[in-house]
Write a protein that binds this ligand. Structure first.
Ligand SMILES: *Cc1c(COP(=O)(O)O)cnc(C)c1O
Length: 365
């Protein structure tokens, strides 16, 4: 089989040792397995700098969206309302979830190259006393922009509302002091910056807010409190869990510690990203997001001025030489994306640059 590394924001390139964990079958009710689940839950709280007294971790089957849907549909009551701040497809997806579950919401929609503004959120909260929750994305993978959840979190806390964060593509790669930033519910998944494989996601919840959600859930499978109640007893998942994925994730968490924790991983990602943008810019590609707001996870690039080649040709050329890149997700503009998270190092970026440079020479020739 032809193999290549993924320059995508998840699933991403995992280590051989993480993949190796999946070669053993495990019992979901056995103590060994339940112990692994409990250890993961404690480690996640540590990464978030929160104590077990005030926060708790819930693991949930499915991709990241399942857990975003779980939180929105489990903690916002029929008589409550959420303010959704969006600047990309993942923020907009939250409005779709609310439509399906008939959750009342207000939508503050920013353009994709701008971050939601904390002062504007404060105004909206002041004008709309019916709003009980605020939800937004941290790293908008649609473009690669990094939102200022710290400033918005302060505004939300000052206004006494509940703050829900989709930190899918940032948690583990960017340090997030969850309690300090006023986050009540944070969602992330196994196959992003922790560098596990796809199959489940997790929610870090402020205990009192989770316990206060009794009776609000609109779905059985995605009932956050119900999932927690079972898991909290002894680490048993409520329904069948992705055992192989969970073991791989446990290994990935240990490898994050070995690397030097979030600080070291953040440094590697940031360096990958800096190198990528510097070299790409030199070749004539322009990033879509300005320097100040560009996050260290994924970058959207415009094609060089005057270049007319198809993404599919560009993609195949690079893939045949060992790397998979990502199509753009902006509707009106002609762009593509390159992720730099996972088991990706400076050498990979240098190699990718050579490949792209060769491609440009060939299409121009
Ligand atoms: C990956 C991602 C998700 C979840 O997407 P799934 O395809 O459901 O895993 C949600 N939000 C953001 C910002 C993401 O990057």
């Amino acid at each position: 089989m032809n193999t290549y590394k993924l320059l995508t924001p998840g699933p991403l390139t995992t280590s051989g040792t993480v993949k190796q964990e999946m070669l053993v079958d495990r019992c979901t009710w056995d103590d060994d397995y339940k112990t692994v689940t409990q250890k993961i839950r404690r480690q996640l709280l540590e990464l978030a700098h929160v104590s077990e007294d005030s926060y708790t971790a819930v693991l949930m089957q499915g991709s990241g969206t399942f857990s975003v849907e779980s939180v929105l549909s489990s903690v916002i009551g029929d008589d409550e309302m959420v303010l959704i701040c969006s600047n990309g497809a993942y923020g907009e997806r939250m409005t779709k979830i609310c439509d399906r579950s008939r959750i009342s919401y207000i939508h503050y929609k920013e353009s994709y190259d701008k971050i939601p503004d904390a002062a504007h959120v404060a105004d909206l909260l002041a004008q709309n006393p019916a709003v009980t929750h605020v939800a937004m994305v941290h790293s908008e993978t649609t473009s690669g922009i990094l939102n200022d959840i710290q400033s918005v979190g302060k505004v939300v806390r000052d206004a006494g509302r509940t703050f829900i964060i989709d930190a899918m593509s940032s948690f583990g790669g960017i340090d997030i002091p969850v309690s300090h930033w006023g986050i009540d519910f944070l969602v992330s998944s196994a196959n992003k910056c922790i560098q596990g494989v796809p199959g489940f996601a997790f929610v870090l919840c402020r205990r009192d807010k989770l316990l206060g959600s009794e009776g609000k859930a609109r779905s059985l499978s995605l009932d956050l409190l119900d999932q927690w109640k079972t898991m909290e007893k002894d680490g048993k998942w409520r329904f069948t869990s992705p055992t192989h994925v969970v073991l791989a994730f446990a290994r990935a968490l240990d490898e994050l510690t070995q690397e030097g924790g979030i600080t070291a991983r953040h440094r590697r990602y940031t360096e990958n990203n800096r190198l990528l943008i510097q070299r790409m810019t030199k070749m004539g590609f322009t990033p879509y997001i300005d320097k100040i707001h560009q996050g260290p996870i994924i970058t959207t690039f415009f094609y060089p001025g005057g270049a007319s080649f198809r993404f599919s040709d560009f993609y195949s050329y690079i893939k045949e030489r060992g790397y998979a890149i990502y199509p753009g997700k902006l509707t009106e503009l002609d762009t593509f994306r390159i992720g730099n998270i996972g088991e990706i190092y400076a050498d990979d970026i240098e190699r990718l640059i050579e490949i792209i440079s060769d491609f440009l020479k060939e299409v121009k020739a």
